[in-house]
Design a protein. Structure first.
Length: 365
C-alpha cells in the first residue's frame, strides 16, 4: 500500500511538471514593459488542446516594491500560440499601488526609470490553487538617449542629389530593432515638421537594419535649389522605440567652397573647411594646418560616400614640417576618384584630433 501511494504521488508530480513545461509565456519587457497597456502584449504557447485559464500580472520595482497588479477574467487557451483576448484585456482588473511610482503611473500611463520585475502567472480557471505556469521577466527602464541624426547635417547645403543618410543608433539597443527613414520636400512657407506631417514622402524606407541608408535606387533624384526634411524612427514589430528630431537640408552647390580661391593660392585652413559645405576638388584638395610638434608624416584616409564599397588606395604621402603647412593632395591620376562622386577626407592632426573634410571630386578640364 505504501508503494502504491509513492507511485501515485510520483505520477502526480511528474504530470504537474509536464503540464508546466507544456505552457510558456513570451514577453519582451524592453518593448512592452514600459506601460500598463503594453503588459498585455504577451504570447502564451501551449501544447494542450484547450484549457480555461486566468492570467495574473504583477509588476514590482526594486526600491518601491509592488507597483501594479492585473487580474483577467477566465479565457480559453488553445493549442499553439495565443494572444490574450481583447475581451479579457478590457475586463481585466488593474490595481495600482499608492506610492510615488503609482502616482506617476496614473498620470502618465508609463513606468518611470527603475529596476522592474514582471511576474506572469497563469492559473486554471477551475481552481485558484492550480498554477499552470509562473514566469518572471527582469528589465531596467532607462530614459532613451536622443537618436541623433548625423548627415546630411541640419540646415546644411549639399551638392549630392542622391545622398547617404547616417544617424546614431537607438540607445538602449533592443534586439531586433529596425529603422524607418522618411524624406519629404519642404514647400514654400512650411517648416520641416509641417512638411514631414503633410507632404507626400520622396523616400519612406522601412526595415533598415543598420544606422545608414544609401539613397534608394527607385527614388527620384533630389532637385537643385529645393529644401528637404528627414527623420528616422526606430521600431520593433509595430512599436516605436525611439524617434529622431526633424532635420532639414538644401541641395545647393552655389555656396560650396571652391577648390581654387583667389586669395592665398587656394589654401584654406582645414578648420574653416570642415565647418563649410562641400569642397569641390578639381583634381586636388588644398588645405593648410599648423604642426606645433616635430616633423612627422601626415596621417589621413579618404572614404567614398557615393559608393562605400570602393577602397581608395595609393594616396600621396605628405611630410609635415613644424609650423604652417600648405598641403596639396593631387588625386588627378588616381583611378579611385570618379567624376561627381562624394568623398570624405579624414585627417588626423598632429595633436591627435581627427578632422573630416567632405568634397565632390571633379576631373581636371
Amino acid at each position: 500500500m505504501r508503494y502504491i501511494k509513492i507511485f501515485l504521488l510520483t505520477v502526480f508530480l511528474c504530470s504537474s511538471l509536464i503540464g508546466k513545461s507544456q505552457t510558456n509565456i513570451q514577453f519582451i519587457p524592453e518593448i512592452y514593459g514600459t506601460s500598463i497597456n503594453g503588459l498585455m502584449n504577451a504570447t502564451i504557447f501551449t501544447v494542450a488542446q484547450k484549457n480555461a485559464v486566468r492570467l495574473s500580472i504583477t509588476v514590482s520595482e526594486a526600491k518601491a516594491g509592488k507597483i501594479v497588479t492585473i487580474q483577467t477574467p477566465p479565457f480559453n487557451l488553445i493549442q499553439g500560440n495565443n494572444l490574450i483576448p481583447q475581451v479579457a484585456v478590457r475586463a481585466a482588473k488593474v490595481s495600482i499601488a499608492e506610492n510615488n511610482i503609482g502616482a506617476y503611473l496614473r498620470k502618465n500611463q508609463y513606468f518611470p526609470e527603475g529596476a522592474y520585475e514582471y511576474a506572469f502567472t497563469i492559473i486554471a480557471a477551475s481552481s485558484s490553487e492550480e498554477i499552470i505556469v509562473d514566469q518572471t521577466f527582469i528589465h531596467d527602464i532607462v530614459p532613451p538617449a536622443p537618436m541623433d541624426l548625423i548627415e546630411p547635417y541640419n540646415e546644411d547645403k549639399i551638392c549630392e542629389k542622391r545622398p547617404v543618410f547616417t544617424w546614431q543608433p537607438s540607445i538602449p539597443q533592443v534586439l531586433g530593432t529596425l529603422y524607418q527613414l522618411l524624406l519629404v520636400e519642404i514647400k514654400e512657407r512650411q517648416n520641416a515638421v509641417e512638411a514631414l506631417n503633410y507632404n507626400l514622402p520622396i523616400v519612406n524606407q522601412k526595415g533598415i537594419f543598420a544606422n545608414m541608408l544609401m539613397y534608394p535606387p527607385i527614388a527620384q533624384d533630389l532637385v537643385q535649389g529645393k529644401k528637404y526634411a528627414w527623420q528616422v524612427t526606430a521600431y520593433k514589430d509595430q512599436t516605436v522605440i525611439n524617434r529622431s528630431a526633424v532635420w532639414a537640408f538644401k541641395v545647393d552647390c552655389q555656396d560650396s567652397i571652391s577648390a581654387v580661391v583667389d586669395t592665398d593660392w587656394g589654401y584654406r585652413d582645414i578648420e574653416d573647411l570642415v565647418k563649410g559645405n562641400y569642397y569641390v576638388a578639381e583634381g586636388t584638395v588644398k588645405f593648410a594646418l599648423i604642426n606645433a610638434y616635430q616633423e612627422q608624416k601626415l596621417q589621413y584616409t579618404v572614404v567614398c560616400t557615393s559608393h562605400p564599397s570602393t577602397v581608395v588606395r595609393n594616396l600621396p604621402k605628405v611630410k609635415l614640417k613644424r609650423g604652417t603647412n600648405k598641403i596639396k593632395l593631387d588625386f588627378s591620376h588616381n583611378f579611385s576618384f570618379k567624376e561627381d562622386y562624394s568623398y570624405v577626407l579624414k585627417v588626423k592632426l598632429p595633436n591627435g584630433i581627427q578632422k573630416d573634410l567632405r568634397f565632390i571630386y571633379k576631373e581636371v578640364k
